[in-house]
Design a protein around this ligand. Structure first.
Ligand code: ATP
Length: 245
């Protein structure tokens, strides 16, 4: 189990070494390396189409890896099924909402607690979810299809928190939301860290995550081209112009 300069006292929860992935013969990830330590909020940033979603899908077993090694909580998971990876507590909230529109908010959340331990603890977990996403507590008996885009995004993330989560990976939570909805969502995401959760967020720009991410990686054309603080990346005008336009 390794540590790096940024988290000398915390365990490494997710280790990704030389991960490669492709669609048929087209390479998308050309060997990426990164770490997430227990209790951290980390972001993977980068322009659209450069491999961020593919990286999350490869880690969570939804897309076949070509090569490399992924370890979670001290054990290699490179070859495991997505079902087994979820059971280990590595939860992936994909892009978009993927809610069941004709079910209530509460029913959607309970779907996230489908494994036996999570089901037994569902009441406590709901209390935790309400403490983070107060807005959806007010809307708990509403059909999901009647929610705003920002509320739907909150429910999708909250559903992930109903599982036995050790690390939650959230793919572009701000996608398609109005600025005020993004602000509300990010205020809630800041609380994930406060309740001790470990979070990996994928976003396009460093400004979005600078308030909550302790460490960021820039993914460009399938490679990590920057690793450091979000503020350093924001100050690095050349890097920003080159990669994020
Ligand atoms: N199912 C697929 N089949 C073939 N190519 C794909 C598929 N999904 C993604 N790609 C290609 O793989 C590359 C990386 O896509 P990916 O979705 O991982 O990027 P991204 O950085 O997450 O961008 P976005 O935010 O737009 O999803 C892109 O060139 C994309 O066109």
């Amino acid at each position: 189990m390794g540590t790096t300069e940024r988290g000398a006292n915390s365990r490494t929860l997710l280790e990704v070494d030389d991960l490669t992935a492709a669609y048929d013969d087209t390479p998308v990830l050309t060997g990426i390396n990164f770490r997430v330590h227990e209790g951290e909020t980390v972001a993977i940033l980068g322009p659209n189409g450069h491999g961020k979603t593919t990286a999350l899908r490869a880690i969570s077993g939804l897309h076949a890896k070509k090569g490399g090694r992924v370890s979670f909580d001290g054990e290699e998971i490179s070859k495991e099924s997505s079902h087994r990876i979820v059971a280990r507590g590595l939860i992936h909230v994909p892009q978009g909402d993927l809610l069941f529109g004709d079910m209530t908010v509460l029913e959607n959340l309970l779907l996230g607690a489908y494994l036996p331990k999570a089901w037994r603890e569902r009441k406590e977990r709901l209390e935790k979810v309400w403490s983070i996403f107060g807005r959806i507590h007010e809307r708990r008996n509403e059909l999901a299809r009647n929610l705003s885009g920002g509320e739907r995004r909150m429910v999708a993330i909250a559903r992930g928190l109903m599982a036995d989560v050790k690390l939650i990976m959230i793919d572009e939570p701000s996608l398609g939301l109005a600025p005020v909805a993004i602000d509300n969502l990010y205020s809630a995401l800041a609380k994930l860290n406060a309740v001790g959760l470990t979070t990996l967020i994928v976003e396009e720009s460093p400004e979005r995550v600078s308030g909550i991410a302790e460490f960021v990686y820039l993914l460009d054309s399938g490679s990590i081209t920057f690793a450091g603080k979000a503020d350093e990346l924001i100050r690095d005008r050349v890097m920003l112009r080159t990669y994020l336009g």
